[in-house]
Write a protein that binds this ligand. Structure first.
Ligand code: ZN
Length: 429
């Protein structure tokens, strides 16, 4: 009969069991978690969620970092971009790719939604009521978020496959713009001009669609604020409508010509910023004075183009700066000018036509509203151009009772073709 294995009987040198207090003391001096020494179950926070990775390596992805939370969710910390010489900061662009096994249920909580805007605190949380998701980065579906107390926003997703893109609004990337240029730059009615370069040397490409001698001239800009991709889809919808081979399109372009700068802040779009350019300038501010060519070359190039057009008597009659927000209204300009009443009457005509030919129902800003320094306010005050900021609601279109994706905004753009046609019939340029 063999001897019992040594491990079956306590060794003669075994110490008495230490007290829990002693173990906690040891844990403290050894700087290891108490549960490791006490041999208890690890708390839930140490259980890694089934997320494999959040990929932000591609164009227009939002810079962020993330961590597992004690409740099993993943905290997604969006990074702020900051305004130069200002307390303003912004985080709210969302565009990343989740990697996790198909069928995995993930809960994300977005952090750093506490922005500072015009020197005042303002949370993005109330506007973050829906996002869009896509398996391939091309076909997007709206998905609701969950609002929690304390300006917290959560998103639950079930992985349909090994990867899932998540975005604040349907993304429009530099590559999407390149595809638009490829599609239309050889059209005889399209002329592309490189009006300058961004801070990082990206081209600022301004398109003319139609004939310069047309009686009406419209200007549209988008992406001064990089997260606000809706305006780009609107411009695509408008251009596709105007470049159709149809009697309507020929009628539109006999009455007006469109000039457009679709990517006003290409560096911010490429790098996934939220609001500012790479020098910390807000490109929808400071239009009440000449643009700074060093810190805002994007605006300086546009202003130089505008001065050139004014010099040959071809300045735009109507200018729209397209944005996204959680209100979706037409922001009327009200600088202290003698002809303000005439401008507001024209904008009332424009708003009526928007309601008539698009799904627009959100209305315009009231008499006490003034946002000095926007393109709308500045171009009206300094150049006498009927100019306004048109915000597109980022998560809800009341006129069709749906969450917006690119087809809604394209349809809005197609409707603008008729809006401009009627506008230049009623308003003499
Ligand atoms: Zn904006």
């Amino acid at each position: 009969m063999s001897r019992p294995h040594a491990s079956c009987s306590p060794p003669p040198w075994r110490l008495p069991a230490p007290s829990p207090a002693l173990l906690r003391y040891l844990a403290a001096v050894l700087t290891v978690p108490a549960w490791l020494v006490l041999g208890k179950e690890a708390p839930a926070s140490s259980t890694a969620p089934p997320l494999e990775y959040i990929d932000t390596s591609f164009e227009n992805a939002s810079p962020l970092w993330y961590e597992p939370a004690p409740d099993g969710s993943i905290r997604v910390h969006l990074l702020y971009d900051h305004e130069r010489a200002s307390p303003n900061r912004a985080a709210g662009h969302i565009h990343f790719r989740l990697h996790a096994p198909p069928g995995t249920r993930l809960t994300l909580e977005f952090k750093n939604l506490d922005n500072v805007w015009n020197g005042r605190p303002g949370s993005v949380a109330p506007e973050l009521q829906a996002v869009v998701v896509s398996e391939d980065g091309l076909h997007w579906q709206p998905q609701l978020t969950e609002s929690l107390p304390g300006n917290r926003v959560r998103l639950g997703v079930t992985m349909p496959g090994p990867q899932l893109y998540v975005a604040r609004v349907e993304p429009y990337r530099l590559s999407d713009f390149d595809r638009l240029l490829t599609r239309c730059r050889t059209h005889p009615l399209v002329h592309v001009t490189r009006i300058g370069d961004s801070l990082q040397g990206r081209p600022l490409e301004l398109l003319r669609v139609g004939r310069p001698e047309a009686p009406g001239r419209v200007f549209l800009r988008a992406r001064a604020h990089p997260w606000e991709a809706g305006g780009n889809w609107v411009i695509e919808g408008l251009l596709d409508r105007l470049l159709e081979d149809s009697p309507e399109a020929r009628r539109f372009l006999a009455r007006y010509v469109v000039y457009t700068l679709p990517l006003a802040n290409p560096d911010g779009v490429a790098r996934g910023l939220t609001r500012f350019n790479l020098a910390g300038r807000d490109l929808n501010r400071d239009w009440d004075r000449p643009a700074d060519p060093k810190l805002a070359p994007e605006n300086a190039a546009l202003e130089a183009w505008l001065e050139g057009m004014r010099a040959i008597g071809q300045a735009p009659h109507l200018a729209l700066d397209l944005h996204n927000d959680g209100g979706g209204r037409l922001h009327l300009s009200r600088p202290p000018i003698l002809t303000l009443d005439r401008h507001l009457a024209r904008m009332a005509t424009f708003e009526t036509l928007l309601r008539q030919h698009t799904w627009f129902t959100e209305g315009s800003t009231g008499g006490s509203y003034r946002n000095a320094g926007t393109l709308g306010d500045g171009w009206l005050e300094r150049f006498g151009i009927d100019a306004a900021v048109l915000e597109l609601h980022c998560h809800w279109i009341a006129g069709v009772a749906e969450h917006p994706t690119a087809p809604h905004w394209r349809a809005f753009g197609a409707g603008l073709a008729q809006v401009f046609y009627d506008y230049f019939e009623r308003v003499t340029p």
